[in-house]
Design a protein around this ligand. Sequence first.
Ligand code: CU
Length: 136
Amino acid sequence: MVGVAALVLLAGLAGCGGSFFDAPIVASDEAESPAEPTSLAPPAADEPDSVTFIEIDVREGVVSPEAGQVDVPLGATVRLAVTSDRDDQIHVNGYDLTFPLVAVFPVMHEFIADVAGTFDVELHIIDLPLCVLNVE
Ligand SMILES: [Cu+2]
């Protein structure tokens, strides 16, 4: 735990398990593709692999989806979108990043997950864990 400016005393972040991953929706009804050997083409976009999108909503002190672990490939871009019903401050431990959070307005922040490890993301004012980044 590399907690920095935390008045927040790590109020036990056990009980992980939520999945924050917004997997890209892939149409599964491709009845038209005749199985031709065109698989040599490179993947069109590596976006889904290089960006980890985390969307969190906080209302009356409740985080949804429930605070859990998010696996992030080392070097990926983390796109953190948070909406809250109160002003607060987002803190990404380990990366020592803090972002203001203004009530009602969704905030989106991006950073590169270039440090491996497990890091808590939390709200400072109400001392609330948002999720745990597992960068590897
Ligand atoms: Cu903190």
